[in-house]
Design a protein around this ligand. Structure first.
Ligand code: SF4
Length: 302
């Protein structure tokens, strides 16, 4: 028996994005419309502020800066409620020092404490990594910490990672879940399911962070639903949570993605690029029968 006590909630403010990156694990794109309404966002922040363990909310997406008034209002409300607000963005709008000041100062003025910039080859703004120190200086002068997120494609022959920190994944090799599972490079080595018997990225027995979508669904990993916070009883849900007994987390804890396949009677054959590729494949097959756990809209382009 364990309670759920994440310190961080990644609020997927919108699934709308300028891009449709092949690595995106939320299938965000310009044709996606799912976005928090203003009132739902404010209600959500009030719910979250009542959970003792939650200290930080990260406004992410999709691209949160596409809904700037909503983002600003969320940052202000979160800070007012005593949470630490952060934002995670591709920084598509930053090309000069003035861009940093004009876009981020209105947010630091209302309490933004951290900014995660996706600055890697999957995103399309090399200016960010070339000017990391300038951005850091400008943000720190306004009380806001800078974090750079950077993923690279796995070397074709290298084995999947087995390291498990449970910390928020900001760097490393790209996990093949979401849209990335449909874009495995042809020369990528594939591995037997029995070699992929552990979730490499999450602390499953005591998750440190969860995702929250505009419909109120809490996700363990994008596409794995734990609870809908608009159904209420959120504090009770967190208090009574038992990871061993959860229909998805239990099998993942006991034997990783191959055990998840057994639990949901999904036959698996062939090779997989990493654990997340197998996990996503299993969940995608199970989504038609178990949409309350694996909503189909998180497994395909919309
Ligand atoms: S996709 Fe599955 S194996 Fe990968 S991090 Fe998420 S829960 Fe773990």
């Amino acid at each position: 028996m364990s309670t759920l006590r994440p310190s961080t909630i990644i609020i997927l403010l919108t699934r709308r994005c300028l891009y449709s990156c092949t690595h995106c694990n939320t299938f965000s794109s310009s044709s996606e419309t799912q976005t928090f309404s203003h009132i739902r966002l404010i209600r959500t922040l009030h719910y979250l502020s009542r959970i003792k363990s939650i200290r930080t909310v990260i406004f992410s997406g999709g691209e949160p800066f596409l809904h700037y008034p909503l983002l600003k209002s969320g940052v202000f409300e979160a800070a007012t409620l005593g949470l630490t607000p952060m934002v995670w963005t591709s920084g598509y709008f930053i090309q000069t020092r003035e861009d940093i000041i004009q876009s981020l100062r209105p947010l630091t003025d209302v309490g933004l404490k951290g900014c995660i910039l996706s600055a890697d080859l999957f995103h399309q703004n090399p200016w960010l990594s070339e000017n990391e120190e300038l951005i850091r200086t400008e943000l720190e002068a306004r009380g806001c910490e800078l974090f750079m997120s950077s993923f690279q494609m796995k070397e074709p022959a290298s084995p999947p990672t087995l390291a498990r920190s449970g910390d928020l994944l900001l760097r490393g090799t790209l996990p093949f879940m979401g849209r990335a599972a449909d874009h495995i490079p042809e020369d990528m080595s594939l591995w037997e399911p029995d070699d992929l018997d552990v979730c490499p990225h999450l602390n499953l027995s005591d998750p440190t962070y969860l995702y929250l979508d505009p419909g109120g669904n809490l996700h363990l990993c994008p596409g794995i639903i734990l609870h809908n916070i608009f159904m209420g009883h959120i504090r009770q849900y967190f208090r009574d949570f038992d990871s061993e007994k959860h229909p998805v987390i239990g099998p993942l804890l006991r034997g990783g993605p191959p055990q998840l396949a057994k639990a949901f009677n999904i036959p698996i054959s062939g090779g997989f690029a990493d654990q997340c590729h197998l996990c996503f494949h299993v969940r995608r097959q199970a989504a038609a029968v178990h949409p309350h756990l694996f909503p189909p809209s998180w497994y395909t382009e919309n």
